[in-house]
Design a protein around this ligand. Structure first.
Ligand code: IMP
Ligand code: MG
Length: 179
C-alpha cells in the first residue's frame, strides 16, 4: 500500500484494545457466565473476533459463517448464509460477531438464518455502527463505536481484499477507489 492510501486514522490500536475489553466485560455480564458460541462473519470479523474472544472471561466456543448476496442490478439480491464446517446452534448461547453494521441487510439475513436454527439465546456484537446508512430495521446488542459514513479499512475491514491487516481503523482515501 502507499503511505497516502489512508486519509486519517479514525480508531488507533489503543482505542480498539480498550473498547474491545469493555465490550467483552459487557458481553460476559449479559450471558451471566454461561458458555458462549461466538459466530464470526467472514472475512471481515476475523480480527475483531480474535481479540474479543481472548478478552472474554466466559467459556467460549468459536465458529464462522459466510454471507454472500447474489444480485446486482437495482434490487438487493438474495442473501445466502452458510456455516463454515459443522456448526450446531440449537440450544446454544449464540453471539454473532460482525465487523460493521451498514445498511443492515447482511445482519438481518444472518440473524434470521441463525434464529431458524433455534439457539437458546441470540445476541449481536458489532465493532462499528454506521447508523445513518441503515435501510432495514436491525440493531446490535453491543456496539463498539458509532462511526461516520466514510469508507473504512483496517482491523479486518477491506477494500478489494486489501488493508485487513492494518492494526487501526482508517478512512480510505478517495484516490484509491476513485470516489
Ligand atoms: P450491510 O449489509 O450494508 O450492513 O453491510 C455490511 C457489510 O458491508 C460489512 O460486513 C462489510 O463487509 C461491508 N462494509 C460496509 N461498510 C464498510 C466499510 O466502510 N468498509 C469496509 N467494508 C464495509
Ligand atoms: Mg462483512
Amino acid at each position: 500500500m502507499n503511505a497516502d492510501d489512508i486519509d486519517r486514522v479514525l480508531l488507533d490500536a489503543d482505542s480498539l484494545r480498550h473498547r474491545v475489553a469493555d465490550l467483552a466485560a459487557e458481553i460476559d455480564r449479559s450471558f451471566a457466565g454461561e458458555e458462549i458460541l461466538a459466530v464470526g462473519v467472514l472475512n471481515g470479523a476475523f480480527v475483531f473476533l480474535a481479540d474479543l474472544v481472548r478478552a472474554l472471561a466466559s467459556p467460549v466456543q468459536v465458529a464462522f459463517l459466510r454471507a454472500a448476496s447474489y444480485g446486482g442490478g437495482t434490487r438487493p439480491g438474495e442473501l445466502s448464509v452458510e456455516a463454515v464446517g459443522e456448526v450446531d446452534l440449537e440450544g446454544k448461547n449464540v453471539l454473532i460477531v460482525e465487523d460493521i453494521l451498514d445498511t443492515g441487510r447482511s445482519l438481518l439475513g444472518i440473524r434470521a438464518a441463525i434464529e431458524a436454527a433455534r439457539p437458546k439465546r441470540l445476541e449481536i456484537v458489532v465493532l462499528l455502527d454506521k447508523a445513518e446508512r441503515r435501510e432495514v430495521n436491525v440493531a446490535a446488542d453491543h456496539i463498539g463505536f458509532a462511526v461516520p459514513d466514510e469508507f473504512l479499512v483496517g482491523y479486518g475491514l477491506d477494500y478489494a481484499g486489501r488493508y485487513r491487516n492494518l492494526p487501526y481503523v482508517g478512512v480510505l482515501s478517495r484516490t484509491v477507489y476513485g470516489g
